[in-house]
Design a protein around this ligand. Structure first.
Ligand code: PAP
Length: 338
């Protein structure tokens, strides 16, 4: 039962901290802890912070997930545009085979939240204690997502030719999005004071944090992969995706081995995918207004404003300076800027 909550309320799965296997319990009893933003406690493992359910999934998929060369893995920090990237990639890779692009409600994105179509390895597939999921029903190319940092990915992901698409977002907007999202999940616990969450974020203590290490881990891999015969990691930014969506979508299609043909471009297919996956279209669908994830999280929590720069409505000048300085100090040496 979550703290401070009437006894008649059924606790949604994302707040349950007690369905852990013995090995996970043993492990977390040894890990550094801090205050969670919506669960009571978060744990630091391999340098990054996780909610307990994510640790269960992390260990399980590290042990059991066998990547195939044709797999595609979408990697993000929470609130960097995961839902959008899932919608775009799902539409792209299935357009010639299973799901032709249509704007007349036949496409699966009209009746399914993108998270239901592209599962997270650690939250949706390997999250149940003592259960190894049967992935044989996924047809090739298999499309999965993860919030795990590069260091915690299953070894088979790193060793195989599977492709990784990483999407990052300006940490000022990521923070504001995460703060709103966490507050919506706190049930009867009230809103986290912005200042408290901000201080934790700046110390790297949030789910998926420290943000600088998460982003750099994939940034470095994307640079390394440029030197290899086959590019493994494609590194994207939410802001560029917003401003130049069709150009990036075409690059993504190339990277994933399913480039747009001239005929498809002439038919306006790129624009159709953009419309299908647009914030306005997805947010206003019945499934995303009233549906829920199996974890109990409402689908509408994934569609708030979908803009660049909402941080301006929340952060003081001092906070902005503080975050910009962290980015400069932690990421500047690697040539990384927002
Ligand atoms: P997740 O990591 O928990 O899955 P994620 O999808 O990364 O969440 O983040 C949600 C953010 O993406 C929200 O940002 P905001 O809080 O600043 O509004 C959400 O609005 C935004 N988002 C969701 N869908 C889209 C979309 N189709 N286009 C642009 N932004 C989107």
């Amino acid at each position: 039962m979550a703290e401070g909550q009437p006894s008649s309320i059924i606790v949604p799965k994302y707040l349950q901290e007690d369905e852990l296997s013995e090995d996970v319990r043993d492990l977390i009893s040894t890990l550094p802890t801090d205050k969670g933003w919506f669960v009571n406690t978060i744990y630091q493992y391999q340098g990054f912070w996780h909610v307990p359910r994510q640790l269960q999934g992390l260990l399980n998929c590290q042990k059991h997930f066998k990547a195939q060369d044709t797999d595609i893995l979408l990697a993000t920090q929470p609130k960097s545009g995961t839902t959008w990237l899932k919608a775009l990639t799902f539409s792209l890779i299935n357009r010639k085979t299973k799901y032709p692009i249509t704007l007349n409600h036949d496409h699966p994105l009209f009746s399914n939240n993108p998270h239901a179509l592209v599962p997270f390895l650690e939250f949706d597939l390997f999250h149940v204690k003592d259960v190894v999921p049967d992935l044989s029903l996924f047809s090739s190319p298999r499309l999965f997502a993860t919030h795990l940092p590069y260091v915690s990915l299953p070894e088979s992901v790193k060793d195989s030719d599977c492709k990784i698409v990483y999407l990052c977002r300006d940490p000022k907007d990521t923070f504001i999005s995460l703060w709103h999202f966490s507050n919506s999940l706190r049930l009867f616990k009230g809103t986290n004071p912005l200042k408290d969450s901000f201080d934790q974020f700046c110390r790297g203590i949030n789910v998926g944090g420290p943000f600088w290490d998460h982003i750099l881990s994939y940034w470095k891999e994307s640079l390394l992969s440029l030197e290899k015969p086959k590019k493994k990691v494609m590194f994207l930014r939410y802001e560029e995706l917003k401003m130049n969506t069709s150009f990036i979508l075409k690059n993504l299609a190339e990277f994933l081995g399913c480039p747009f043909s001239k005929e498809e471009e002439d038919q306006g297919l790129v624009d159709d995918i953009l419309k299908l996956c647009s914030f306005e279209n997805l947010k206003n669908l019945e499934v995303n207004k009233n549906g829920k994830r199996p974890s109990g999280i409402a689908n509408k929590a994934y569609f708030r404003r979908g803009e660049i720069g909402d941080w301006k409505n929340h952060l003081t000048h001092e906070m902005v300076d503080q975050l910009n300085t962290i980015v400069e100090n932690k990421m500047g040496n690697f040539g990384f800027k927002f």
